[in-house]
Design a protein around this ligand. Sequence first.
Ligand SMILES: N[C@@H](CCC(=O)N[C@@H](CS)C(=O)NCC(=O)O)C(=O)O
Length: 228
Amino acid sequence: MKLYNYFRSSTSFRVRIALNLKGLDCEYASVHLARGEQREAAYRALSPDGLVPLLDLQGVPEPGLLSQSMAIIEYLDEVYPQPPLLPPDPLGRSRVRALAQSVACEMHPINNLRVLKYLAQPLGLNEEQRAAWYNHWVVQGLLAYEQRLRELQAERAARALPPARYSYGDAPSLADCCLVPQLINGRRFGLSYDALDIPLTLAVLQACLELDAFRRALPENCPDAPPV
Ligand SMILES: N[C@@H](CCC(=O)N[C@@H](CS)C(=O)NCC(=O)O)C(=O)O
């Protein structure tokens, strides 16, 4: 398999985590977004919308070029079911997908590189205004995420279960594959989480970063990251 991605891309980061959790080997194909390689004709021939990630299955276990990080991860989860990234029951799956989509649909799309670039040019927002935009939507999203975690913890407590270690239960899930990249990306944009009341969310981040699968997927550990 070959993953077209970029070290700083949080949607690529989601897929890198999923591949690592599943123990799958994958060739790293860098598409340098800051240099605009996603807009070059060769890449547009593979990805009409000029976005990473793309996963080329290269015949393993079938030919296919997959787009959209959530669809890629769900494909991997179906073809390589262990360890599962979604719970076995419909209610659990709905809960995990809702958490994941609160990042993937409500936070990430409005803070994507091309959206931030459009705010700069042609809309003329300066760096400070763009940062205010970014922070506003991420903070709203993280506060909502925290509230959902609180509700889930209350449900567990009512069933005499101990607090969950990850976003949903005691194993990392699709939700964590989305949450961790969003939090790491927010830090890069200067968001400080200390002032936010999101202790459960930050505890999940810490638990995830104790796992090698998450750490290896971090932007700074990617082959196209600049040397420190
Ligand atoms: N919904 C897509 C979003 C993909 C996406 O927005 N990728 C960003 C990087 S995180 C990208 O390729 N941006 C290129 C650009 O903005 O020009 C997914 O989940 O895969």
